[in-house]
Design a protein around this ligand. Structure first.
Ligand SMILES: CC(C)(COP(=O)(O)OP(=O)(O)OC[C@H]1O[C@@H](n2cnc3c(N)ncnc32)[C@H](O)[C@@H]1OP(=O)(O)O)[C@@H](O)C(=O)NCCC(=O)NCCS
Length: 189
């Protein structure tokens, strides 16, 4: 049986543990950096709405095994990884990552997200996990690629289109069906 309490993951450099109310101020400080939220619409400039937004996501009842994990490095809180229904309601399950700027470029996002993705696919047995990413967000695209995600088309997101990256057995089966039908088309043309 899967525990209601999210697991904690230890990687060579990081502890990836369930996010708690004690992380609220650190999360809000991270979001207030305009570089961090450059590709992410949200109430970041309105302190009251911003707090309500983060608190709501902290209180929300996620499906078993899903939610937010804080990433803790030697210097303390450096960001989070999420595994939640898309926009809280799904049906797709998304993975996401956000780090304070001082921690960028050290491989931390990939290192922290890898055990969360493994948990999603191997422990929860999810068929597919998605990550919708603005194509201009090169670092995030690269994290998805390093984790083994591949692009599966574009989807609308706040008035623009972003790339939907997918991973998992259902996504792999779709990709393989598409490549065999492409091969049939190619050989038939
Ligand atoms: C996206 C984010 C989490 C990446 O964190 P990170 O710890 O720096 O990521 P990693 O170090 O694991 O990997 C980043 C990769 O992108 C590459 N990269 C970073 N900036 C880049 C740029 N401007 N152009 C090209 N590649 C870039 C890095 O070189 C690295 O790839 P490599 O390992 O092949 O060299 C971080 O930039 C962030 O928090 N951004 C703001 C929030 C956000 O946009 N989240 C994603 C929403 S979809």
């Amino acid at each position: 049986m899967i525990s209601r309490q999210l697991p904690t993951f230890r990687t060579p450099r990081l502890t990836v543990r369930p996010r708690t109310v004690g992380d609220l101020e650190a999360c809000m400080a991270m979001d207030r950096d305009p570089e961090v939220t450059r590709f992410l619409p949200g109430p970041w400039a309105d302190p009251v709405a911003h707090r309500a937004f983060v608190e709501e996501r902290m209180r929300h009842e996620y499906p078993v095994g899903m939610g937010y994990w804080s990433i803790v490095a030697s210097e303390g809180f450096v960001g989070w990884v999420l595994l939640t229904p898309l926009d809280l309601h799904g049906p797709e399950i998304e993975i996401g990552w956000r780090l304070v700027r001082a921690a960028w470029g050290r491989g931390h996002a990939t290192e922290a997200a890898r055990p969360v993705l493994e948990h999603a696919l191997n422990t929860l047995g999810l068929e597919q996990v998605i990550a919708d990413i603005d194509p201009a967000n090169t670092a995030s695209v690269r994290v998805a690629q390093k984790l083994g995600f591949w692009p599966a088309g574009t989807v609308p997101y706040n008035g623009r289109r972003v790339i939907r990256y997918v991973a998992g057995p259902a996504a792999a089966a779709d990709a393989s069906n598409q490549s065999s039908s492409a091969a049939v088309t190619a050989s038939g043309s």
